[in-house]
Design a protein around this ligand. Structure first.
Ligand code: FMN
Length: 196
């Protein structure tokens, strides 16, 4: 779980899918956004949250110390300039997996350090099997990340009816939409470059 080291000087982006489901549409969507980030000159670390099992957050549990996976995830966020997050929405809000990860990873402040999300540039996406494209969850994610000090790029992308949106090769049938997805990745890289 050690963070990957980068000597290239390229903007570094951590890509996080809010679903562990095999065949996840959000994982596919994230891959397309990552391609946009790479094409814009970024270096992407694709995170598998399944490798970072975390207990359900509780303040009493936190007082016994941060779980090792939380420390490892904090280090990964700390050593990247930005985030790409593609997540489903569950019941119009965020899935518990992602909320739990965000809460644990945000808790560096409890140890007297700055929250690791401060000044991280974040691009957000969602794929959902409904018409709404997961944008209600994305709106809440934008709010949470803003509260944690991250800078969320405008124009998140929601993919509706994800079950029929992707080709067997993992691309989107709608090429204009695919361009907007890649654009989220590109925007993250461009904002990191402008801020540095
Ligand atoms: C518990 C649960 C709640 C859901 N709630 C919503 C919802 O509020 N809005 C929506 O668009 N899709 C909802 N869905 C459907 C998801 O969009 C769909 O399962 C999607 O494929 C999940 O993303 P994934 O393929 O990346 O796992 C829900 C699915 C589950 C399992």
């Amino acid at each position: 779980m050690a963070p990957q080291q980068c000597a290239s000087g390229k903007p570094r982006v951590l890509a996080i899918a809010g679903s562990l489901r095999q065949g996840s549409y959000n994982r596919r969507l994230l891959d397309l956004a990552c391609q946009g980030a790479k094409a814009a000159g970024g270096e992407v670390t694709e995170l598998d949250l399944g490798r970072y099992p975390l207990p359900l957050y509780g303040a009493d549990l936190e007082r016994t110390g941060l779980p090792e996976p939380a420390r490892a995830l904090q280090e990964l966020v700390r050593t990247h300039d930005g985030l790409l997050i593609a997540t489903p929405e569950y019941y119009s809000t965020l899935p518990p997996l992602l909320v739990n990860v965000l809460v644990w990873v945000s808790r560096a402040a409890a140890a007297g350090q700055a929250c690791v999300f401060v000044d991280k540039v974040a691009g957000l996406l969602s794929a959902s099997t409904a018409q709404t494209g997961g944008l209600r969850g994305i709106s809440q994610l934008s709010s949470i990340l803003g509260n944690l000090g991250a800078i969320v790029v405008p124009y998140p992308v929601g993919v509706s009816y994800a079950q029929s949106a992707f080709t067997s090769a993992g691309e989107l049938h709608d090429k204009a939409l695919e361009g907007r997805v890649a654009g989220v990745g590109r925007s993250v890289i461009e904002l990191i470059q402008r801020l540095s």
